[in-house]
Design a protein around this ligand. Sequence first.
Ligand code: 2SA
Ligand code: GDP
Ligand code: MG
Length: 455
Amino acid sequence: VFCSLKPVASSSLTVAESASSESLNRIGSLSQVSGVLGSQWGDEGKGKLVDILAQHFDIVARCQGGANAGHTIYNSEGKKFALHLVPSGILNEETLCVIGNGVVVHLPGLFKEIDGLEANGVSCKGRILVSDRAHLLFDFHQVVDGLREAELNKSFIGTTRRGIGPAYSSKMNRNGIRVSDLRHMDTFPQKLHNLLSDVTSRFPDFNYTPEMLKEEVENYKRYAERLEPFIADTVHVMNESIAQKKRILVEGGQATMLDIDFGTYPFVTSSSPSAGGICTGLGIAPRVVGDLIGVVKAYTTRVGSGPFPTEILGQGGDILRFAGQEFGTTTGRPRRCGWLDVVALKFCCEINGFSSLNLTKLDVLSDLPEIKLGVAYKHVDSTPVESFPADLQLLEQLKVEYEVLPGWQSDISSIRNYSDLPKAARQYVERIEELVGVPIHYIGVGPGRDALIYK
Ligand code: 2SA
Ligand code: GDP
Ligand code: MG
């Protein structure tokens, strides 16, 4: 029912003008080094915000994760791009994109992504730098990812099978191979042999032959040649750029609730998608990192296994899934859906010290007669749970206390001014701000670049 749709403004020019002055104020006041981080279980719409902000930054940098990330963005003509390793600043011609030391890089995947972008008219030449300290993620890491999942049987993590955990394991085992190793093709075969031997000793069924090693070495000789112009000491580049007062935007992959330390372990990814990952993954000092924007969906989604206290099972979840098109950008998997979890969000705000939030996909809730907010956790005996629990058993058992707010039941996707949102939508936004204690500065009302309200 779209009966209460308010007129947007007397003329579209007025809307565009007021939106652009609001946006320039908002974006212009962001710190020299700012970041966009996921504050749920991923897929909050980080890519869209990064793409929009990128026009006002010189560099967009990824600091963690790998091709498990899936960031969907649209260019000004509405053409859709799904990015995995390439930072979401790539559609802005002036932006330099940095893949930092904390990222695990699957070279065939990176080249495929670059080829796809180039084929769609996005020039990548001279615009992407890959850290010489970044670790390489090989095809066999992806195979191992699948083997580990199979081994876990019913308690599988639900990884993207992009080899992320195994690649970070190699890094931490200290037998990983880095981008800088590609400059020493004489010693590369031995390093790869050592790494593969490690895998065969753990997974005897892993079918690895000397011919396969030879073939992979030949592949990597070619990849090394192709990658050479992209390789840089990005730690130096980042710090020089900071000294030269260049503006840097860090793009987080995944989210704090999937963080190896703070997430719902072991149902997490193997990197640090929260604030700390920015410094370790790029080699920049904590004191230079300024504003961090937490991206939060107006409801919650999670892909893969693990606790999800506010999950809506059955038909209710299907409604959100279809309204929000909640299917994995990387794997196409249906995402689990639920209400906004304020307890988890507060936990993310604490860890990351967000200066503001971007509430995304508010438009997806438009048809609902009422909307729930998970505001507190309780033990089965109804005593309060004081903080976001580490204990997985408790997370699975606890009860969620909900606040029920009225829906607005009107299409908000063409609204660009906060004051034009229906009262119930504003109430929802302001209640979240009140509960969390962090201002919501950006509100997403559609997937497109322009579908953003600056509050
Ligand atoms: P992994 O592959 O080892 O990092 O998986 C471990 C957990 O982390 C979750 N994870 C994600 N969750 C949401 N979105 C992600 N990216 C893709 C997207 C996912 C997709 O944008 O849609 O296409 O399926 C992402 N990457 C990792 C994962 O589900 C496991 O729970
Ligand atoms: P990311 O991993 O955080 O970058 O998010 P994904 O790209 O995986 O998933 C977010 C999805 O929601 C993408 O398909 C976006 O195009 C879409 N999206 C982002 N913001 C909005 C919004 O405000 N409204 C709607 N309807 N879709 C949005
Ligand atoms: Mg995603």
